[in-house]
Design a protein around this ligand. Sequence first.
Ligand SMILES: C[S@@+](CC[C@H](N)C(=O)[O-])C[C@H]1O[C@@H](n2cnc3c(N)ncnc32)[C@H](O)[C@@H]1O
Length: 228
Amino acid sequence: MKEKKKSIFIRGKNRAKRIIKRFFTKQDFEKLSKDFFDMKAPVYDEEELVVYSEDSCMAVIDALKDKKYKSLLDIGCGTGHLISLLSKNKKADYVGLDLSSKMVSVASKKKIKYANFVEGSADNLPFQKKSFDVVTCSESFHHYEDENKAMREAYRVLKKGGYYIVADKDVGKLVWFHNFYNRRFKNTGDCNFSNLKRAEKLMKKNGFKLVYSGKYYNNTHYIVVGRK
Ligand SMILES: C[S@@+](CC[C@H](N)C(=O)[O-])C[C@H]1O[C@@H](n2cnc3c(N)ncnc32)[C@H](O)[C@@H]1O
């Protein structure tokens, strides 16, 4: 009995140590995101897509309805779902970029019409300036540690007059709390959740003219459309 008590005590102590260490260690959110989605890639379409991003992809598609474009970059493209839906109805040069090599590999294997998929990071895009008519980002923005840098990169690779569309979770007023909790206690790389107002501000701050913004999915998500 004494042994058991001792081992519970030691386990508790080790757990507390881990939490304290976690609390004070700077996390590499890009690595956490990459590792998490590398692990999720084989099951993402079956397990996660419907829950997390189907509605966001539909919101982006809706925002693109009346827009003309010949080239589109989807940042944080995951398994290529958004591009696969878009390319069914419109011929264009589609490029999907994602941090996770495993997600990129799943997307590439789908052999989606007019599409190429590349590995890379949102805040260091491997494209020349003014390369795309549209840049999209569905359910990925909350993983970017430096949101301003990611927006500036989107701005850089867009042609003049091009559109930048971000669709993501809206955590309401408790942005600080959500990010504090996710940064400290989760291993998913979620580090910068936002809300509609904040996303609108970020767009404007980074040079975009805000042309549309709104909520969807029972107001749990926001979409912002900026123009260069
Ligand atoms: C929740 S998934 C969404 C995937 C896809 N956009 C969709 O709607 O199904 C988030 C994706 O963002 C990618 N990601 C996270 N951080 C990234 C970064 N810094 N640069 C590029 N992609 C990133 C992840 O690897 C993951 O595939």
